[in-house]
Design a protein around this ligand. Structure first.
Ligand SMILES: Cc1cc2nc3c(=O)[nH]c(=O)nc-3n(C[C@H](O)[C@H](O)[C@H](O)COP(=O)(O)OP(=O)(O)OC[C@H]3O[C@@H](n4cnc5c(N)ncnc54)[C@H](O)[C@@H]3O)c2cc1C
Length: 303
């Protein structure tokens, strides 16, 4: 299997800004985790123990998800999806870094954010991440094909993936790539350094109390007509990429297409609004866009 759970230990914790905490994970089992390709927006699953409980017992091989789902709720812990901010495969140890958004306000928090806010060096969780020896990886959506101009847009939950994509592009790609990265964050103090390619302009959009998504809408030229429409996608996250459609729309992956490439992620309702505008009104080709709900207002994720 390309992905298997490993036990990871908190090696270090750094409060980066008011709303981001960086946690570096390591441990002997982490040696099996790795990638020979750019990480880009590689998603991983984290399984957090229930408060006061041990990590769920999972076999090292076999169908980890079936085994995990079959466990009683009080010993299963909770699973959530995160991005790899950085992966360092050193000669003697592998470390994996995750930047957690601290959405800890009463009524707006969840087990993952609470765990991160209270984490201590030595704490353990399970990480389901790509195995170093896996042939195919899966879980990476960013694919700009032959596009020479890219637009990345997202909120604070997408900031770690956007930063990783930009830093991987800067390290691996030709310098002719141009474009913009729009990153909406709660406040000015959440602006963090990113080593982006020279041709890509990084624009941080601190909300400073404005509504979630408003600054992204403004920057992408989205009109009032879309803002009044309520997305009707229930509890599910929008997930529409050239290779996959959560709604069953025909997919149209054409990696030779050259125009602009859009990668959009964040709160699902905001992403749905952006999608409607870019696809339906501006006529953007579906093979040139990836729209991903990373969380949904008022809904606890299930993994
Ligand atoms: C592919 C992918 C990559 C992701 N990468 C990252 C990452 O690198 N860093 C990161 O922090 N998050 C990331 N996320 C988002 C993260 O999985 C969600 O925010 C998740 O809901 C957090 O779990 P929780 O247990 O804290 O809250 P939940 O139990 O899922 O939700 C509880 C409540 O908190 C609210 N809530 C959830 N997230 C937020 C938020 N950010 N701001 C305000 N309210 C919120 C929900 O609406 C709900 O009302 C990613 C998600 C996906 C799908």
């Amino acid at each position: 299997m390309a992905f298997l759970p490993v036990t990871a230990c908190v090696e270090s914790i750094e409060q980066l800004s008011p709303n981001f905490i960086r946690i570096v994970f390591s441990g002997p089992e982490m040696r099996t985790v790795g990638s020979h390709k750019p990480v880009f927006d590689q998603r991983i699953k984290l399984i957090f123990p229930n408060p006061g409980k041990d990590l769920p017992p999972l076999p090292a091989n076999g169908d980890w998800y079936a085994n995990w789902s079959a466990l009683p709720e009080d010993s299963r812990g909770v699973m959530r999806t995160y991005s790899i901010r950085s992966l360092n495969m050193g000669a003697h140890a592998t470390t994996l870094t995750v930047d957690f958004v601290l959405h800890t306000a009463p009524g707006f928090t969840g087990p993952a954010a609470t765990w991160a806010a209270n984490a201590q060096v030595g704490d353990k969780l399970l990480i389901i991440a790509p195995r170093l020896d896996a042939e195919s990886m899966g879980g990476i959506e960013f694919d700009h094909g032959n596009a020479q101009c890219i637009v990345l847009a997202g909120d604070e939950t997408a900031a770690p993936a956007i930063a990783r994509i930009l830093e991987d592009l800067a390290a691996n790609s030709d310098s002719s790539l141009t474009g913009t990265a729009l990153i909406e964050v709660p406040e000015k103090a959440d602006i963090l350094p990113i080593a982006a390619p020279a041709g890509i302009q990084v624009k941080w959009l601190p909300r400073q109390g404005r509504n979630h998504g408003e600054l992204l809408f403004e920057s992408l030229g989205i009109t009032a007509k879309h803002l009044t429409a309520t997305p009707a996608d229930g509890d599910t996250l929008v997930w529409e990429t050239p290779a996959f459609s959560a709604t069953g729309e025909p997919v149209s992956s054409d990696s030779t297409a050259r125009g602009e490439y859009y990668w959009i992620a964040g709160e699902s309702g905001v992403v749905t609004t952006i999608r409607r505008s870019l696809i339906k009104d501006k006529g953007l080709d579906r093979s040139r866009v990836a729209f991903m709900g990373y969380w949904k207002r008022g809904v606890a994720m299930r993994g």
